[in-house]
Design a protein around this ligand. Structure first.
Ligand SMILES: NC(=O)c1ccc[n+]([C@@H]2O[C@H](COP(=O)([O-])OP(=O)(O)OC[C@H]3O[C@@H](n4cnc5c(N)ncnc54)[C@H](OP(=O)(O)O)[C@@H]3O)[C@@H](O)[C@H]2O)c1
Length: 230
C-alpha cells in the first residue's frame, strides 16, 4: 500500500558507485527509493525494497517511466541527478574529442537532469523537497582532457543555481563529491592504481547531512559536510 507520509527519493545511476551507496543508506533510513541504471538486472537484489526502473536517463520514454513510478508513490522529497557520462577514455583533449561523444556527455549530464527536474517539479514543490545534482571539481578546474565532462558539469552547476533562484521553496544543490574509487574514476585514470581514493560509501554521510540540515541552496563540496553525524 502507498504510504504518502514516507519520504521518497529518486536517484539516477544507482547501479553502482555513489548512486547505489546513497540509495542503500536512504533505504536503511526508511525512505522509499526509486532507482535506475541502463544495466539494472542486479538492482532489485542489490537494493531490496527499492523501485527499479531500468533505462537510460537521456531517453524521454525512460524519463516518463521514472516520473510515472514516482507519481505512483504519491510524493517526492529528493531528486538526485547522479547518473553521468565521462566521455571517451582515455580522456581526449578538446582538439580531439568526437562531437558525438561530447553531445552524449551533455545529454546525460545536463539535459537529462533538466528533463527530470521539469517532470518532477510539481511533486518537489508540493513537498518543499530537495534537488541534488552531482557535480565535480572538473566543473571549476581546467584539467586537461576533462573539457567535455568538465564543461557539462559547469553547465549543471549553473542550471542548479538558476533553479535555486527560480524555486525558493526548494533546496537545490550542486554537490562535488570529491574523488571516489568507482568505475567512472578508473575510466578517467585507465591503468592507474586508484585504491587510495575513498569508497563512495565514505561520501554518503556528508550527503545525508546536507539533506537533513538543509543549508541554503548553492554549490557545495561534500567534504564540507563530512565528519558530523547525519
Ligand atoms: N568517482 C569520482 O571520483 C567522481 C568525482 C567527482 C564527481 N563524480 C560524480 O559522481 C557521480 C557518481 O559517479 P560514480 O563515480 O559513482 O560513477 P559510476 O560508479 O560509474 O556509476 C555511475 C552509475 O550511473 C549509471 N549510468 C550512467 N549513465 C547512465 C544513463 N545514461 N542512464 C542511466 N544510468 C546511467 C551507471 O549504470 P549503467 O552504466 O548500467 O547505466 C552507474 O550505475 C557522477 O555524477 C559523477 O560525475 C564522481
Amino acid at each position: 500500500m502507498t504510504n504518502t507520509a514516507q519520504p521518497t527519493a529518486l536517484i539516477t545511476g544507482a547501479g553502482r558507485g555513489l548512486g547505489q551507496a546513497l540509495a542503500r543508506a536512504l533505504l536503511a533510513a526508511s525512505w522509499r527509493v526509486v532507482v535506475d541504471a541502463r544495466r539494472a538486472g542486479h538492482l532489485a537484489a542489490a537494493l531490496p525494497g527499492s523501485v527499479v526502473v531500468p533505462g537510460d536517463v537521456t531517453d524521454p520514454a525512460h524519463q516518463e517511466a521514472l516520473a510515472a513510478a514516482v507519481g505512483g508513490l504519491g510524493r517526492l522529497d529528493l531528486l538526485v541527478n547522479n547518473a553521468s557520462d565521462l566521455g571517451p577514455s582515455p580522456l581526449p583533449k578538446l582538439a580531439d574529442v568526437p562531437l558525438a561523444a561530447a553531445r552524449q556527455v551533455f545529454e546525460t549530464n545536463v539535459l537529462a537532469p533538466l528533463a527530470l527536474t521539469q517532470r518532477l517539479l510539481p511533486l518537489l514543490r508540493a513537498s518543499r523537497g530537495a534537488v541534488l545534482n552531482v557535480s565535480s571539481d572538473a566543473a571549476v578546474e581546467p584539467y586537461a582532457g576533462w573539457g567535455a565532462y568538465g564543461s557539462s558539469k559547469a553547465a549543471l552547476d549553473q542550471l542548479t543555481a538558476v533553479l535555486a533562484a527560480e524555486e525558493p521553496g526548494l533546496a537545490v544543490y550542486a554537490v562535488d563529491p570529491g574523488d571516489m574509487r568507482t568505475e567512472m574514476h578508473q575510466a578517467a585514470f585507465p591503468g592507474e592504481d586508484i585504491s587510495d581514493r575513498p569508497a563512495p560509501e565514505a561520501v554518503v554521510p556528508a550527503l545525508l547531512r546536507l539533506i537533513t540540515t538543509r543549508p541554503p541552496s548553492g554549490r557545495v563540496r561534500a567534504a564540507d559536510f563530512a565528519g558530523a553525524p547525519a
